[in-house]
Design a protein around this ligand. Structure first.
Ligand code: AKG
Length: 280
């Protein structure tokens, strides 16, 4: 009798702790385009187990919303679960991973980053598109360098609604207060046409493939026209030393209170929920 072969999987902490040096072309591409893909960044992690950890959070987020046809465009786009690192040990290891923070720091060209917050984004089967928007418009971090890592937790086809980007749009900076909505989709679609920006459409992403996007890049996601949920985990980073700016919109006022608790405009980002994440 032969022994049943076992699938060797590395200890997730080993994956999280092992640096991922980027080549110059990848860093240059991020600077030029405002987004870049890093395939296989999470390879070796147990995505089935991460999805099981996520399931109860997604289930309760789903129950808080109306049935899909009655939802707003925003709520049809995804179930949103924030700061899982504070609620779940598996996601604490994921979000605080030195490997991911190290890639973020290399792309920004800084020695260290701070966590702004994490969020899981589940685009349910039949879920709608994610309208075009700029993330940094939500954050009281006007002059800071910021970026988001988006990692697929399941093999995704483009039809499941992976990310789309307006390449180079980060160079336009702050386009204005346009919360994610039908209005932001229409306004930014017209802007993309007017400026002749190239759109990088949704692409297939295997579980563990990641993309990183600049806080000012115009981006969104396709609809999920399949019967499988598109499960993704995101981590938002800000350069270490960045200072908080005066919030000038309801979204930024809310973000200051929630993601930078106890902090004031002018302070460096360093509340207890914004740990410094250094690559080394
Ligand atoms: O997952 C999506 O559909 C959109 C994600 C997004 O906009 C972001 O992570 O900034």
């Amino acid at each position: 009798m032969t022994a049943k072969p076992t699938v060797e999987r590395p200890d997730p902490q080993q994956v999280y702790d092992t640096p991922w040096p980027l080549d110059v072309a990848t860093v240059d591409q991020f600077g030029r385009d405002g987004h870049v893909r890093v395939p296989g960044l999470g390879a070796g992690l147990d995505f089935c187990s991460l999805r099981n950890e996520l399931a109860p959070f997604a289930e309760s987020a789903n129950h808080r919303l109306a049935p899909m046809p009655q939802r707003s465009t925003y709520d049809r786009a995804f179930l949103q679960m924030f700061n899982l690192w504070r609620a779940n040990a598996a996601f604490e290891r994921f979000t605080l991973a030195r490997r991911f923070a190290g890639v973020a720091a290399q792309l920004l060209g800084v020695p260290a980053v701070r966590l702004y917050h994490d969020q899981a984004l589940v685009k349910q089967a039949g879920g709608g598109h994610t309208p075009w928007h700029q993330d940094q418009r939500y954050w009281p971090l006007d002059g800071a360098r910021t970026l988001t890592m988006w990692m697929a937790l399941i093999d995704c086809t483009p039809e499941m609604g992976t990310m789309r980007f307006a390449t180079g749009s980060h160079a336009l900076g702050d386009i204005g207060p346009l919360p994610i909505s039908d209005e932001s989709e229409a306004f930014l679609s017209a802007l993309i046409d007017r400026e002749g920006l190239q759109v990088c459409p949704p692409v297939a992403m295997a579980a563990g493939d990641a993309s990183f996007h600049d806080g000012w890049v115009v981006h969104g996601g396709g609809p999920n026209t399949t019967t499988v949920a598109r499960e993704a985990m995101t981590v938002i980073y800000v350069e270490d030393g960045a200072r908080i700016t005066e919030p000038d919109s309801p979204e930024r006022r809310l973000d200051l209170a929630v993601w930078l608790p106890g902090q004031q405009p002018g302070d460096p980002v360093d509340s207890p929920v914004n740990p410094r994440l250094a690559a080394n």
